[in-house]
Write a protein that binds this ligand. Structure first.
Ligand code: V47
Length: 373
């Protein structure tokens, strides 16, 4: 049996955190802060790994998926983002018709691709009927595919722009084929931070309220935390606790994806990129504090393959997917690329001593032994 003494912690300050983790007790804000600020990275990692193995053993999920960004034109102008083209310069960006979007998706969607991840800019002319048409057409063309589409920020914006309630919007999109929602746009909930990185966008309380409404409609979603910019450790822990409180209420979050800030080509390009230390400690703290969300994703596109692989021992149990055609991280200087072969993802997982399991978006294993390299 594991005791805090054989965890070989270097920092006595995290002994109390360890005792709680070993007893399966919930961590409070103080505990989260100790874990986020200790220099005992390996100790915190061991604790997070314990929780990960308790929940999932060696199982490490991945899927075969494609991103689709119907537009990069956006009225929000977030300083954190390098992907958007402002509305006044809309001709410099792209806004696909439904037929164009489906044509782009069809370039590399076949029966092995189980998920389309669809997000884009806040475009004032793309209203509910556009997304209904898009989802219906995609489902007709690829009936097996799961549509994980539209962040809480986009849903909030589209409902207002279409002059309908959020409840109506969600019901209409669900009828058109929406299956679940991705976790983007949460950033850091603290107003102090949002004022500096994404003012004029849905605020933290509204993001959470929108997720509450999505979950009440029976739709699962993911959640994210963007770290490594102007936020403090306190603000990260508070963000995780706000997600935990909503999850206690709804149970609708499947997965947290901590997103490493990429500064290139953004209005915050004076900031340095994150280091491996912050990446791994943030994943570990996320696993420890967010005790009621089952999955923690090491998003290889933002972490890089090597940190994502090591993250499988710091709390993470999911690597996302093959990800055809990722554009948001690439715009901000991401160098990990896109379109990873399935065999390579599986190799990253097995080389880390974990067991790869191909999943669908709802974390159901897909029985399939074929290897598509
Ligand atoms: O909403 C934007 C963030 C998000 C930058 O739910 C940036 O399964 C870092 O949410 N540096 C999009 N991050 C990505 C996202 C996501 C990715 C993979 C899986 C899932 C899921 C969700 O990326 C945006 C924003 O929070 N972002 N710009 C940047 N420069």
């Amino acid at each position: 049996m594991t005791s805090s003494s054989n965890l070989r912690l270097r920092d006595p300050a995290i002994e109390t955190v360890a005792e709680k983790v070993l007893a399966g007790e919930r961590l409070d804000r103080e505990d989260g802060l100790l874990a986020a600020t200790t220099d005992d990275l390996v100790g915190v990692g061991r604790l997070a790994n314990l929780v990960r193995e308790r929940l999932h053993g060696d199982t490490t999920y991945f899927n075969i998926n494609r991103h689709l960004n119907p537009t990069n034109v956006c009225v929000a102008s977030c300083k954190l983002c390098a992907f958007y083209v402002p509305w006044r310069e809309k001709d410099e960006g792209w806004t696909y018709t439904v037929d164009q979007a489906v044509e782009i998706a069809s370039r590399d969607v076949d029966q092995t691709v189980s998920e389309l991840h669809i997000v884009g800019g806040l475009h004032p002319k793309l209203l509910v009927d556009y997304y209904e048409d898009l989802f219906r057409t995609l489902k007709r063309r690829f009936p097996w595919i799961h549509l994980k589409a539209l962040t809480m920020v986009e849903l909030d914006f589209i409902a207002k722009a279409s002059r309908i309630t959020l409840e109506d919007l969600i019901a209409r999109l669900r009828d058109a084929g929406l299956d679940s929602c991705p976790g983007g746009g949460a950033e850091i909930f603290a107003e102090r931070v949002r004022d500096q990185i994404c003012d004029h966008k849905t605020d933290g309380a509204r993001w959470l309220d929108t997720a509450r409404t999505v979950h009440a409609a029976g739709i699962k979603s993911n959640c994210t935390m963007l770290y490594g910019h102007v936020e403090t450790a306190e603000e990260r822990v508070d963000h995780l606790i706000a997600l935990r409180e909503l999850q206690d209420e709804t149970g609708g979050f499947q997965c947290l994806i901590p997103l490493a800030f990429h500064p290139d080509n953004t209005a915050l390009d004076h900031l340095p990129p994150t280091g491996g230390r912050l990446d791994l400690q943030t994943l570990a703290v996320s696993r420890l504090v967010l005790d009621n969300v089952p999955h923690l994703k090491a998003y290889w596109i933002m972490l890089g393959e090597k940190i994502a692989q090591i993250a499988l021992h710091f709390g993470a149990n999911d690597l996302d997917g093959t990800i055809f055609d990722e554009r948001i991280t690439r715009a901000a200087g991401g160098t990990a690329g896109t379109n990873m072969a399935r065999a390579r993802l599986e190799r990253l997982i097995t080389e880390a001593g974990r067991k790869p399991v191909l999943r669908d978006t709802l974390y159901r294993p897909i029985e399939d032994t074929s290897v598509v390299a």
